[in-house]
Design a protein around this ligand. Structure first.
Ligand code: SAM
Length: 330
């Protein structure tokens, strides 16, 4: 086993795999209403290619956690099969998906049976009209049903990720938290990052972790949870003395890059050592050119060496990556 270590001594054990760049929502902070120019079908990894690369990561490179994402991973037809095949490769690898939960009500049982451990559901509001305003789709009920199905299928603890947007839902944090507490879902707020396709993000208008904390503190007593943060990005707080918690992920204002243990594989087979990386390493081309597992593992190890010490969003020279979040894998 050769760990995915970078020049700053960080070891990546958490692999985010994007299964598609397509999505069935159109969240305003992610992509334009008409969608994006999607990856050509030939450029996307096949199910076999994805399973092969995950196998290399898990069996040779020390990856312990695999998170499927996108785009929207549930729109990938082979998802249940891919989960089952990865589970067959390794009974212990922690496997989860980050999803908008559309259609999860139908597939949660099959995913659990195939060996998925958990789901992270993205939900920014519990008001149907605000949901439609943010996602440009009238699908709030599907998400609620998807969440319930995931819980019933044993894909818990169910985590909910939320982004707050100034003037849209930044006054809805306490309501969202109460809704999650009532259902036993673990809520985490994430600061909006400069990863939207429209390049509309601005540091001045983003809702910061401090804003989120202040808003929640109007309704709940929040105290730091005792456990150390480690490489987990969420700053965890006990809600009203616990045991329930809420997380606030200050990706922009208090970056946790020094503890980063992540690596990403895009739907077209590029290794990215950081969400904000400007370079990628092409495993698809190498694989389709006949590279052995050893050669692919070597390429992957080399790709990690150049991982930057931090994302540098606050640096005046910061440049947003060419690909948006939906094409990298959130
Ligand atoms: N479709 C899946 C979902 O909704 O969870 C997976 C992909 S989506 C890009 C993953 C997460 O990224 C979602 O929670 C979404 O809210 C978040 N996201 C998208 N653009 C973002 C941005 N600019 N800053 C912070 N989070 C963002």
């Amino acid at each position: 086993m050769q760990p995915l270590i970078d020049r700053h001594g960080r070891v990546a054990t958490d692999l985010r795999v994007s299964l598609t760049d397509r999505c069935n929502l159109r969240c305003t902070y992610c992509m334009p209403p008409e969608g994006l120019e999607w990856l050509p079908a030939d450029d996307q990894l096949s199910d076999d290619e994805i399973v092969r690369l995950i196998g290399i990561a898990v069996q040779r490179l020390g990856v312990k956690e695999v998170r499927f994402t996108g785009g929207e991973p549930l729109v990938r037809r082979g998802l249940v099969d891919i989960v089952g095949r990865v589970r067959a490769l390794d009974p212990d690898v922690e496997m989860s998906i980050t999803t908008n939960a559309l259609g999860l009500a139908k597939t949660a049982g099959a995913l659990a049976e195939a060996g998925l451990n958990r789901v992270n559901v993205s939900l920014d509001t519990v008001r149907s009209d605000t949901f439609q305003e943010i996602t440009r789709r009238d699908r709030f009920t599907d998400v609620v049903e998807g969440l319930a199905a995931a819980e019933a299928a044993g894909l818990g603890p169910v985590k909910v990720n939320a982004v707050l947007l100034r003037g849209v839902n930044d006054d809805q944090g306490p309501e969202l938290l109460q809704w999650c507490l009532d259902r036993g879902y673990h809520l985490r707020f994430i600061e909006q990052m400069p990863l939207d396709a429209q390049h509309g993000w601005s540091r001045d208008s983003m809702v910061t972790a401090d804003d989120i904390f202040a808003s929640l503190a109007t309704t709940f007593a929040l105290t730091p949870a005792r456990e150390p943060r480690g490489s987990a990005p969420a700053e965890l707080f006990l809600v009203d003395g616990g045991p329930a918690t809420v997380g606030v992920i200050a990706s922009v204002t208090r970056p946790f890059c020094g503890d980063c243990d992540r690596v990403r594989l895009t739907a077209d087979g590029q290794v990215r050592n950081c969400l904000f990386a400007r370079d990628e390493s092409d495993l698809r081309l190498a694989m389709r050119g006949g590279a052995s597992d050893d050669a692919l593992a070597d390429r992957w190890l080399t790709a990690m060496l150049g991982k930057a010490p931090g994302h540098g969003i606050d640096d005046p020279t910061f440049l947003q990556p060419d690909r948006p979040m939906s094409a990298i894998g959130g």
